[in-house]
Design a protein around this ligand. Structure first.
Ligand code: NAG
Ligand code: NAG
Ligand code: NAG
Ligand code: NAG
Ligand code: NAG
Ligand code: NAG
Ligand code: NAG
Ligand code: NAG
Ligand code: NAG
Ligand code: NAG
Ligand code: NAG
Length: 638
């Protein structure tokens, strides 16, 4: 009796403890059951032994961490039917997004258990069969997007009971039968296009633009349009209300032709429509800002099953191309191979998206090269997180480094509020970048070439060491594309003729970066007049006179006791920019040479004495201690 009492007390205690531990244990198990019974090609960081809330990719808990309220797993590569009695146990779930996967099977019959479900995104999967659930159980359902699946049967009339429904997208399925009368005042968006629906459009839905019923067998007399609009062959992807205003040129042309047939009245009507579209387009562009990332092309192919954003193993991001395109984007800069954007996603993840121009490599070669680049995991190499390849668009996704590039740090505005880079900081950047390039050169059996070493591709990692980006792009870019302007100052003499980057030419370019660190000058700059000065030539000419402090950045002159190190570094840099490729040092030797100038490691940093005694203002801020081995806070959300 007593034993039983104690036993049940322990049980009770255990339950109380679980509540207090504020991790939704049962919900967690439901998710594990889900993911363990469904094939998925991208690995998730759903570790049994870590807390769900705040740690698991794509999972959001309630404020008190007692329940899971949102699951967002877009583009994870889920394949197969949803295992029964898994997701449906998350009875507090409000948002479910499994879009852009390869989920098949029927609409899960146990989903009605998710009584609080408000947002359901299942578009771009491989679901099939009829919607045989009673939608009226979801009192709170607000958005339903089941587009681009293989659902068939009739559209459930129970949808008409969803008083909160604002958006319904069933486009590109195989629904048949008549369209139910959905007299829902709350409904703001609907798209039923590309199904097999028949009959007429119910009165309640005539307020929506006719295009949302396109691609069905709606009887002509009730169809609001007299003549069908010729469908463009390569029509932009249907169902993005955001991009809805962005009909392709072909489509617009088609519209204009149709309008001519319909006569002047219809034409005038169309002009108005076009004006409206224009406004919407502007709105959309503004979201992506600077207009440059013209998204409609990307979108047009984005959801093709073969053209998804490809993530590398171990990447903890959970977003897909749609999220990326929806992100607020800001141009970071125009580089040799394209434009770089800073994209802030809905969940505040910040990434850098590079949009490549003039890619000459085919899909296979591109993917192979990306595999190599993406496999490099090194603290001094900026990780490639994901890439996207389609005929029209090639995108690369990298971590975002909030401090900006070395180029910006050195050559950005030199005003009063500028924080100068002290010698310590510069040495750490040099050693880090050298190690990064050394690592890159080890790839592909020691044959891999970076191809675009320059200061705007050098960033600072969490230990403030240099960190190299953009590796391996040169080989997939068209050699005929003239990268003359920006890369010129970094290009080894032999590359100017052959246009083929090599490891020795990487060393040359790195030598130019070292010269930038030493002189503070850009690789190509102008002096007083219009004279264009190549940094390498300029340094040679100054050095030829004698070893002179004139070479060095004036910002460095205020730090005492570093001249010897600076001179040593200058010699190393000049060895890198030797004219003959075989006279330049190899990266591993280079790393050792730089390490010999200054040992950059936790025990022994700042070996060259105390320079804070300098009385010249402003004292440089001490670099963060190298012992801190935190991962990049901005970039990795593991
Ligand atoms: C889960 O995390 C623990 C420590 O947090 C780690 O030891 C273990 O290897 C992880 N398991 C997996 C499968 O990642
Ligand atoms: C889970 O996340 C919290 C903060 O969100 C963190 O403090 C904790 O260390 C993480 N736990 C594991 C095992 O990663
Ligand atoms: C559903 O939401 C309501 C209001 O937010 C809440 O009171 C209720 O507990 C939720 N139901 C479940 C099963 O979590
Ligand atoms: C329905 O959703 C609204 C917010 O969208 C929320 O305030 C309300 O509590 C929800 N009700 C139920 C029953 O879940
Ligand atoms: C979708 O399902 C069909 C069979 O129903 C199958 O042939 C097809 O390969 C599936 N597509 C994907 C992308 O999984
Ligand atoms: C329609 O959806 C199917 C998958 O259900 C897909 O194969 C097809 O490409 C889609 N078509 C369009 C135009 O989106
Ligand atoms: C729906 O599709 C399934 C095959 O996926 C087929 O067996 C069934 O007959 C179809 N139903 C209707 C109403 O077309
Ligand atoms: C809508 O809900 C009412 C009760 O709330 C029910 O009688 C009716 O059958 C429902 N309609 C549909 C189409 O499910
Ligand atoms: C899904 O449908 C909803 C409602 O129409 C819409 O807001 C959302 O943008 C759609 N998503 C896509 C990818 O079409
Ligand atoms: C569309 O529906 C008609 C009957 O309304 C049927 O004969 C036809 O086979 C259906 N087409 C498709 C592609 O499901
Ligand atoms: C509905 O989808 C069609 C293509 O399937 C598209 O042309 C139309 O613009 C969409 N309408 C809305 C309002 O999203």
């Amino acid at each position: 009796m007593g034993a039983l009492y104690i036993f049940s007390w322990i049980l009770l205690l255990g339950m109380v403890f679980y509540q207090g531990a504020s991790d939704p244990v049962e919900d967690k198990q439901a998710l594990l059951d889900f993911v363990n019974n469904l094939r998925h090609s991208r690995s998730l960081n759903w570790n049994v032994s870590t807390a769900v809330c705040g740690n698991w990719t794509g999972v959001t808990c309630s404020q008190d961490c007692s329940r899971i309220i949102a699951v967002r797993l877009p583009g994870i590569g889920l394949h197969g039917p949803i295992p029964p009695n898994t997701i449906s146990r998350l009875s507090a779930l409000q948002i479910l997004s499994l879009r852009s996967n390869g989920i098949s099977g029927n609409f899960p019959s146990d989903f009605p258990n998710l009584k609080n479900l408000s947002f359901l995104y299942l578009q771009y999967n491989n679901f099939s069969g009829p919607l045989s659930v009673d939608f009226s159980v979801w009192k709170n359902l607000t958005i339903v997007n089941l587009s681009n699946n293989g659902f068939n049967g009739s559209i459930p009339t129970s949808l008409s009971n969803l008083t909160h429904l604002q958006g319904l997208n069933l486009a590109n399925n195989s629904f048949s039968g008549e369209i139910p009368d959905l007299s829902l005042p709350s409904l703001q968006q609907i798209n039923l296009s590309n199904n097999n629906l028949s009959g007429s459009i119910p009165k309640s839905l005539r307020r929506f633009p006719p295009s949302v019923f396109d691609g069905n067998n709606i009887s002509p007399e009730s169809s609001p349009r007299a003549s069908p609009i010729p469908a463009p062959i390569d029509r932009p992807h249907p169902l993005k209300p955001r991009s809805a205003g962005k009909l392709g040129e072909t489509a617009l042309l088609g519209i204009i032709v149709a309008a001519c047939v319909l006569g002047i009245v219809a034409f005038a009507f169309l002009i108005i429509v076009c004006c409206l579209r224009r406004t919407r387009e502007d709105e959309f562009s503004r979201k992506l800002q600077k207009g440059e990332m013209s998204p409609e092309k990307v979108v047009s192919r984005s959801q093709d099953a073969n053209n998804r954003l490809f993530f590398f193993e171990g990447c903890t991001y959970a977003f897909d191309l749609e999220d990326l395109l929806r992100a607020s984007a800001e141009v970071l800069g125009k580089g040799t191979f394209g434009i770089a954007y800073k994209a802030v996603l809905e969940d505040a993840t910040t990434v850098v998206v590079k949009r490549l121009k003039e890619v000459s490599a085919g899909k296979r070669d591109f993917e192979q090269q990306m595999e190599v680049v993406g496999s490099i995991r090194h603290e001094n190499v900026v990780e490639l997180k994901a890439y996207y390849y389609s005929k029209d668009e090639k995108l690369m996704v990298y971590d975002f480094y909030s401090q900006g590039s070395l180029s910006a740090m050195l050559h950005g505005k030199r005003g009063d509020d500028r924080v100068p880079l002290d010698w310590d900081a510069r040495m750490k950047i040099a050693i880090g970048a050298a190690r990064g390039i050394e690592r890159i050169h080890m790839e592909s059996g020691g044959k891999f070439v970076h191809g675009n070493v320059k200061s705007s591709n050098v960033f600072l990692n969490s230990q403030q060491l240099g960190c190299v980006s953009d590796a391996g792009l040169a080989t997939i870019m068209s050699p005929l594309a003239p990268p003359i302007s920006r890369a010129a100052g970094y290009r080894a003499p032999e590359v100017t003729d052959t246009r083929k980057a090599t490891q020795p030419s990487d060393v040359y370019s790195f030598g130019v970066v070292l010269l930038e660190l030493l002189t503070g000058k850009s690789p190509i700059h102008t002096t007083g007049g219009d004279e264009i000065v190549h940094l390498v030539r300029w340094v040679h000419s100054v050095v030829r006179e004698e070893w002179t402090a004139e070479v060095f950045d004036v910002e460095l002159l205020r730090y005492p006791n570093i001249e010897e190190e600076m001179v040593e570094m200058l010699q190393i840099a000049l060895a890198c920019v030797m004219r003959m490729p075989d006279q330049r040092p190899k990266m591993p030797d280079l790393v050792k040479m730089i390490e010999n100038v200054r040992r950059i490691d936790p025990e022994n940093r700042a070996s060259s004495g105390n320079r804070s005694g300098s009385s010249t203002p402003p004292p440089p801020p001490p670099p963060p201690p190298a012992e801190v081995t935190d991962r990049e806070p901005k970039s990795e959300a593991s």
